[in-house]
Design a protein. Structure first.
Length: 168
């Protein structure tokens, strides 16, 4: 359980429904018209869901999809600094093309932050932001490797609304 409502995170719910049916990722992907790799990311905490994909997954699982906004009662707390080891463990699924190591956090910080922004979810960004600081994220958002749509999204989420729009 991840929140105060008592509901399990969506990825956990997906895995539970899929495994109860005895389906592999490939089987659910075929039935839902998506990829097994996308389902794997969803089940492992990636939270950049496409609503239409969620609808197809829910239909394939014969489940009802409910999207709710629940007001928070407590003010948002500043993320605490995470250790390099914990951050590497959390971000490892984003680095499918090579093993992420603790040394990469210092030697290749901009590459790590860029990957988190383009492939990670909110929890990944919060953890990386607590580790690297806001300056590293501002720098990464200015790099060419971030597409304009992703750049605008994260600038809004990270509280830089004055810089969110580009162009005339």
């Amino acid at each position: 359980m991840d929140d105060k409502s008592g509901l399990a995170p969506l990825g956990h719910q997906l895995r539970l429904l899929r495994t109860r049916r005895g389906w592999t990722l490939a089987e659910l992907a075929r039935r839902a018209g998506t990829s097994a790799s996308a389902l794997h990311r969803y089940e492992n905490g990636w939270d950049r869901f496409e609503l239409e994909t969620l609808r197809r997954i829910a239909a394939a699982l014969d489940a009802r999809l409910e999207v709710r906004l629940v007001p928070s009662r407590a003010p948002a707390r500043r993320a605490r600094r995470v250790s390099a080891k914990a951050l590497v463990r959390q971000l490892a699924p984003l680095f499918w093309d090579r093993d992420l190591r603790e040394g990469d956090l210092t030697r290749h910080a901009s590459w790590v932050v860029e990957r988190v922004l383009t492939s990670g979810g909110r929890a990944d960004v919060q953890a990386a932001r607590a580790y690297f600081g806001d300056a590293a994220f501002r720098l990464a958002l200015g790099r060419r490797g971030i597409d304009p749509r992703t750049r605008r999204y994260w600038r809004l989420v990270l509280g830089e609304p004055g810089r969110a729009r580009q162009g005339p």
